[in-house]
Structure formats: structure tokens, C-alpha cells
Design a protein around this ligand. Structure first.
Ligand code: PLP
Length: 401
């Protein structure tokens, strides 16, 4: 690409109020963050259970740095796979009841590998319309695009998926890709019904549960478990450590054959430095807490309920109706992702800036992350929030609607 074209693209983006920029943050927790010496209430993070700043997890990280050093020193198949990776993998298998897992340095990389490796050039990829960018870009770059262009079904709509499964039945194999909790909408598909549909068509179900793991289901085993499905019934599950587990990195979970295949053929696994072992030790500690400390999920659900009740009383335009968020989950479980739909990007940006002035950190989510004219405030609740924080948020938001 020519420099002039890059400059033009930047100017166009700015003109549409779509430019994004980073801010250097000081200390961050599920509840608070600091920027330039000022403290803000944090309603934009993904630290749903408050584990990023949990002292036991921090201690596990420090202890493991003393034992293993800072980095893994290599890719997993060379010098990068340590006892900490092995222990974390075993814990994940025990937690989720799966035969094997494979660790990746990010959810993005894991999703890329999942699609790249598990679909062949003759296969048909079928993605939910609102799937994460990591899944869409993997599908768009897949060799199957030559013969079987990617098809996308209407968001969470089984009838639309069924039509596409019927239309593309001549493909050698069909792979259906969806998310447990959609990152920018906070809603969930009906996974048992989707799994049945996949089984009827001998299609494989691939699930990205970045926002369900830790938060939903017994012991926080995720969205499938919350809907009564064993993780082993899903062909392959991706979940990452950067949300409820408070760290970073990710894993793919599946049966032994699938994971062994990925271990031999996934480029993002083979040709990339393995996760730092100390980080694996911290994630391992976080998973133990997720499994045993149900109070964190209870606290989170209390906070979500309070937010939804106050938002409804204030007449705020929440994106999901009560039924939509909870229909496939039991009524005690809601997604920690709540949306205020604003439409125009400039309106979302202005509101985000106004909230910042009042001490609330709430990033505006704008296209291309979400479809045109559906800019929104993505409000994430954490177990670390206190009821007063939520009251303050609602009372502040109320001034703008
Ligand atoms: C649904 C979903 N999948 C995948 C990813 C990518 O995960 P990671 O941040 O670990 O690369 C994210 C997070 O940004 C996500 O929200």
C-alpha cells in the first residue's frame, strides 16, 4: 500500500469519528483504573471476577518467576514447554472434562489455528454474523474460500443456520462457528439446539467461549456447561485467559486426535514463543479460585442484576431485552456484558468523553468493531464493583438520556 493511501485512510477514519487510540493506564483492577494520576470507575474491562488483581494470583506469578524466570525461552516444541504448562493443561482437562488442550499465546492466535487447521480446502465454514474479528479473518483467509466461500448465518438464528447447512450440504464437511457469549452484544446462542442441528448434518461445532469461561456454568466451566452441554460434546472449544481469568493467553480443548493434529500442524502454536511459565502458574491459580470460589460468580450476578434493574427503572436503552440475555441460561445467570445502544459513532464518543469527565471509564464501541450505525457503550460488570459504583454509573448515565 502506498503511503498516500494510508494517509487518506487515516483522514477518512478521523472524519467519521472512528479513530481509535491507546491511553497509558496506571494501576487497573476490575473496579478502578488510573490515568494521569486520576482515578476512574472501570466499566470497560473484562476482569469479570476481579482475578487480575487478586493477591493469590499475583503471588503465584511472582513465585513462578523466581522458579522459571521471565520467559519461556522458546516455542513449545523446542524449549518453551515447562512443568507449569503441563500442570495448567492437566488442570484445564480436569476442569472441563476434556481429553486434551493446547495452549496458545492469545485467543486471536488460537482462533486462527482452530479454523486454519480444522477445516480443509473442501470444507464449508458457517459463521454467526457477529463472530469476533479473529474468526472472521481466519475464515476469510482460509483456502476453502476458493471452492466454498464462507457463509454467515443471522445472529443466533437457528433457522438461518439450518438453511445454510441444507444449501451447502454438498461440501465435504461443514463447520459451524459461534461464540458462547458474544463480545459486543453479550447474548448467547441456544447451544443444545445448535449442537443437535450440527449432529443432524454431521457438521462440527466450533465454539469461542472467551466471555463465558469462568463466568457461567457450574465451577465457571462456561456457556456450554451453563446450558447443560459437556465441553467434550463440542468438536473444539477456544477460551482465553485474558477475560475472567485475569491474565492472557488461550487454549483449544478437544479430543486427543484433534489436539494432536493441532500440535503437529497449527502454525501459531509451532512457530511462536510459548506463554511464559510464570503466567501459566498464575492462570492455574486463577482457575483453582474460579472452581472453588462460587462467591465471585454470585457477586458478579448480584451486580449485573442491580445494574439491569436500575437501568430499567431509569429507562436507559439497554440493547438486550431480559429474555434475549437469559433465554438459554437459567434465570440466575446473565452475561457480564451489557450494552447501551447509541447509533452514531460521534454520539457514543461524546458520551464516553462526558462520562470520563465524571470519573467513569466507559469506552465507546464503534464500527468496524460493530455494524454501521450501531455504536454503543459496552458496560462490563465485575465481581469487584460495589453497589454504590453501579448506582453512581446509572445516576450519571441518566443525565444523558
Ligand atoms: C470473542 C473473542 N474471541 C477472541 C478474542 C481474542 O482473544 P485474545 O484477546 O486472547 O487474543 C476476544 C478478545 O478480544 C474475544 O472477545
Amino acid at each position: 500500500m502506498q503511503l498516500a493511501a494510508m494517509q487518506q485512510a487515516l483522514i477518512d477514519r478521523e472524519a467519521k469519528a472512528l479513530t481509535r487510540s491507546t491511553r497509558a493506564l496506571g494501576a487497573v483492577s476490575g473496579r478502578l483504573l488510573h490515568v494521569n494520576g486520576r482515578q476512574y470507575l472501570n466499566f470497560s474491562g473484562n476482569d469479570y471476577l476481579g482475578l487480575a488483581s487478586e493477591p493469590k494470583v499475583q503471588q503465584a506469578l511472582c513465585d513462578a518467576v523466581s522458579q522459571y524466570g521471565v520467559g519461556s525461552t522458546g516455542s513449545p516444541l523446542v524449549t518453551g514447554f515447562h512443568a507449569a504448562h503441563q500442570a495448567l493443561s492437566a488442570e484445564l482437562c480436569d476442569w472441563l472434562g476434556v481429553e486434551r488442550v493446547l495452549l496458545f499465546s492469545s485467543g486471536f492466535a488460537a482462533n486462527q489455528s482452530m479454523l486454519e487447521c480444522l477445516a480443509s480446502a473442501d470444507d464449508q465454514l458457517l459463521l454467526d454474523k457477529l463472530c469476533h474479528a479473529s474468526l472472521i479473518s481466519a475464515a476469510q483467509q482460509h483456502p476453502s474460500q476458493v471452492k466454498q466461500p464462507l457463509r454467515r448465518f443471522a445472529h443466533n438464528e437457528l433457522a438461518s443456520l439450518e438453511k445454510l447447512l441444507q444449501k451447502t450440504a454438498s461440501a465435504s464437511h461443514q463447520l459451524v462457528v459461534t461464540e458462547g457469549v458474544f463480545s459486543m452484544d453479550g447474548d448467547s446462542p441456544d447451544l443444545p439446539a445448535m449442537l443437535r442441528l450440527c449432529q443432524q448434518h454431521q457438521a462440527a461445532l466450533l465454539l469461542d467461549d472467551a466471555h463465558g469461561i469462568g463466568v457461567l456454568g457450574p465451577e465457571g466451566r462456561g456457556t456450554a456447561a451453563a446450558q447443560g452441554i459437556a465441553c467434550s460434546e463440542v468438536f473444539c472449544t477456544m477460551a482465553n485467559f485474558g477475560k475472567a481469568l485475569g491474565a492472557s493467553g488461550a487454549f483449544l480443548a478437544a479430543n486427543s486426535t484433534v489436539i494432536e493434529y493441532l500440535e503437529q500442524f497449527a502454525k501459531h502454536y509451532i512457530y511462536s514463543t510459548a506463554l511464559p511459565p510464570a503466567l501459566c502458574a498464575a492462570v492455574h491459580c486463577a482457575i483453582r479460585l474460579v472452581r472453588t470460589e462460587q462467591w465471585r460468580r454470585d457477586q458478579l450476578q448480584d451486580n449485573i442484576r442491580l445494574f439491569r434493574q436500575l437501568a430499567a427503572e431509569a429507562g436507559l436503552p439497554l440493547l438486550q431485552a431480559e429474555e434475549a440475555t437469559s433465554s438459554w441460561l437459567d434465570s440466575s445467570q446473565h452475561s457480564a456484558i451489557q450494552l447501551l445502544l447509541l447509533g452514531e459513532a460521534s454520539r457514543a464518543l461524546a458520551l464516553s468523553q462526558a462520562l470520563q469527565q465524571q470519573g467513569i471509564w466507559l469506552t465507546a464501541i464503534r464500527p468496524p468493531t460493530v455494524p454501521p450505525n450501531s455504536a454503543r457503550l459496552r458496560i462490563t460488570l465485575s465481581a469487584s464493583h460495589q453497589p454504590d459504583d453501579i448506582w453512581f454509573l446509572i445516576n450519571t448515565l441518566r443525565q444523558y438520556f
